[in-house]
Write a protein that binds this ligand. Structure first.
Ligand SMILES: Cc1cc2nc3c(=O)[nH]c(=O)nc-3n(C[C@H](O)[C@H](O)[C@H](O)COP(=O)(O)O)c2cc1C
Length: 190
């Protein structure tokens, strides 16, 4: 990086603006977190989901404490993770659309309740049901640590990422042989 690429930050608003510009350079896998049960369901698009550890299997997601999902995840102690495929950009739009509330976001799409009661979306690359292990409230967000209760994988691998303010489709597709190669038990493949 040349000196001309280095920008010094000044006031708080400017720092926030520049921080957002920096973070836009980071590509993030697009996931929908689902929460609640029965009629009281909601969900939200996130890119902050990441693996915390494989042994034991734990993941974490950073959720704004004002988001409708946050209170439901805290109340019910479980949540769903729905990893979107390359053709599911419309779902990412629905679940980040503030004009659609809770249950409305699920209208017209395929979903079913998992064993723990959380809504799980159909046709995604993978779904995971998680139990909340810990919520660390920090600044505007809560870092939610989830332990894996169950998961399902589809045969598709083509993914969706968000980068530089836009959705990018990763369309490389492999087959079940690759899943076998990386030792995913076929019992979990739908
Ligand atoms: C690509 C993308 C990624 C997002 N990632 C996050 C995230 O990691 N954490 C978060 O709190 N909100 C994230 N959001 C914003 C929420 O999806 C959005 O605010 C949502 O409407 C919140 O749900 P609510 O309207 O039910 O409160 C993201 C939005 C988009 C479009």
């Amino acid at each position: 990086m040349g000196k001309s690429d280095i920008h010094l930050v000044s006031g708080d608003d400017e720092v926030e603006h520049q921080f957002r510009a920096v973070m836009r350079r980071l590509a993030g896998g697009v996931t929908i977190i689902t929460a609640g049960r029965d009629e009281d369901i909601t969900g939200m698009t996130v890119t902050s989901l990441t693996s915390l550890s494989a042994s034991p299997p734990r993941l974490l997601v950073s959720v704004n404490r004002q988001a409708s999902s946050f209170a439901r995840i805290a109340r019910y102690g479980v949540f769903g993770v729905n990893i979107l495929g390359s053709d599911q950009q419309a779902l990412a739009g629905r679940f980040s659309d503030g004009s659609l509330k809770g249950h409305e976001r699920f209208d017209g799409i395929r979903w079913s309740a998992g064993a723990a009661g959380v809504p799980l979306l159909g046709d995604t690359l993978a779904t995971i049901e998680c139990k909340v292990e810990e919520i660390i409230e920090r600044h505007s967000h809560g870092i939610i640590i989830g332990s894996l209760l169950s998961f399902e994988l589809s045969r598709e691998l083509s993914g969706l990422v968000y980068w530089n303010g836009q959705y990018i489709r990763i369309t490389h597709d492999f087959d079940l042989d690759l899943l076998a190669e990386i030792s995913i038990p076929l019992a979990h493949v739908r």
